[in-house]
Design a protein around this ligand. Structure first.
Ligand code: GMT
Length: 376
């Protein structure tokens, strides 16, 4: 099949999922064309089935806001027409689903029919998408997609709750490449960070308010009073500066390392004992799945789709959003428990259920289903 993928190319979860999906499809023999404004972060090698088409936005003094969506639409039209794609798969509704709709209409005037699948990832529904400034366009473009999928049942429920959707939604959970995400031998790194064999707590995110990094620091501060420990924070974003200040104010800064945007997050996870995800909203929690694949149990909130991934008392523990006391209790239970190694093994066992090899066929089957539905 010849498949076009539109996504955000940077470090966000939706872009990572879209890129890994495209790479896996290409490895299975499909031809995959990425259409986005810069080379996706994880698309940094050559494969004869992978193509990248950059979207350039012409600037002009009149434009206070350069019209990315129009340039994207024109590029989609161009790629579908000249590469003769069979299907377009867009990740994250805004503005990809509406650009896809417009491209579909333009191509129709030229006698080309292109099926469009939209995968919703989270904030395009739960945060940004339902804002009145986007809602009518998001509702329309979801309803006009030929196939719609979400990365969790919780996100599917939220989509029906927040928007007037008249389409069936397929749930296809996120996946993990266990070849890449696995516990690595990094004892030299562990020794450098933890000279006294301290426990390591880790958090990875884009440092947005919705991640509640203040809760990560609050949990760590309490655990740190009881157990010699270090906190590793991977990622960057608007909240980082506030969190650096908070760590200093809480007098824990010496044991907190802000590592910035690391691509090799599996190296950090390989020396971690517990992963913290106290998010306010989270459609799936890909970062937690990456941790589990590296044998790191997860202390999380119960937001959104996280309970579909993290199994309470097995791969980690789940608390109400903001319940620091419970998260501290659970973290200490895991770290002090003689069952720590069992929790680590359980985390990996749970991650295996989301192995790429199990989820990829579900996307392929969904593509086939959507294509077949258009033939009747
Ligand atoms: O977490 C973010 O803010 C990034 C965001 C994205 O779209 O890039 O992540 C969302 O999609 C990921 C991949 O499907 C999910 O694992 C994340 O849970 C989801 N984030 C939220 O719902 C907040």
């Amino acid at each position: 099949m010849k498949i076009g993928i539109v996504c955000y190319p940077t470090f966000g979860g939706s872009g990572v999922v879209a890129t890994e999906l495209g790479k896996a499809l290409a490895q299975k023999g499909h031809q995959v064309h990425f259409i986005t404004y810069t080379q996706p972060v994880r698309l940094n090698f050559f494969n004869e089935n992978l193509f990248f088409h950059a979207v350039y936005v012409a600037n002009y003094p009149l434009f206070q806001y350069p019209p990315y969506e129009l340039s994207l639409t024109s590029k989609i039209v161009d790629v579908i027409k000249y590469e003769k794609l069979d299907l377009l798969h867009v990740h994250y509704a805004i503005p990809h689903a509406s650009a896809a709709y417009m491209a579909k209409q333009i191509l129709r005037t030229q006698g080309i029919e292109i099926p469009v699948i939209t995968t919703l990832h989270g904030t395009d529904i739960t945060l940004v998408g339902k804002d009145a400034s986007f809602e009518p366009v998001v509702t329309f473009s979801i309803n006009e997609s030929d196939g719609v999928s979400t990365v969790s049942q919780s996100l599917k429920d939220d989509t029906y709750r927040h928007f007037a959707i008249n389409k069936d939604i397929e749930v296809i959970p996120n996946f993990i490449d266990l070849e890449r995400f696995k516990k690595l031998e990094k004892s030299h790194f562990k020794k450098a960070i933890c000279p006294n064999d301290e426990k390591v707590l880790t958090h990875t995110s884009n440092f947005r308010k919705v991640k509640r990094i203040q809760d990560v620091l609050a949990v760590f501060a309490e655990v740190h009073k009881v157990l010699p420990s270090k906190l590793l924070l991977v990622g960057d974003g608007p909240e980082r500066i506030n969190m650096e200040k908070l760590a200093r104010d809480m007098d824990i800064a010496d044991d907190v390392r802000f590592l910035g945007k690391l691509d090799a997050v599996e190296e950090v996870l390989s020396i971690s004992d517990v992963f913290l995800m106290p998010s306010e909203t989270e459609s799936f929690g890909l970062a937690a799945l990456e941790a589990m694949a590296c044998e790191v149990p997860v202390i999380s909130s119960n937001a959104g789709g996280i309970p579909e991934l993290n199994v309470h008392g097995f791969s980690g523990f789940i608390s109400q959003v903001g319940d620091i006391e419970d998260m501290v209790k659970n973290t200490l239970h895991i770290l002090q428990s003689e069952h720590l190694s069992q929790f680590k093994a359980n985390a990996l066992a749970r991650a295996r259920e989301f192995d790429l090899s199990a989820i990829l066929p579900r996307y392929e089957a969904f593509y086939e289903k959507v294509l077949a539905s258009l033939l009747v």
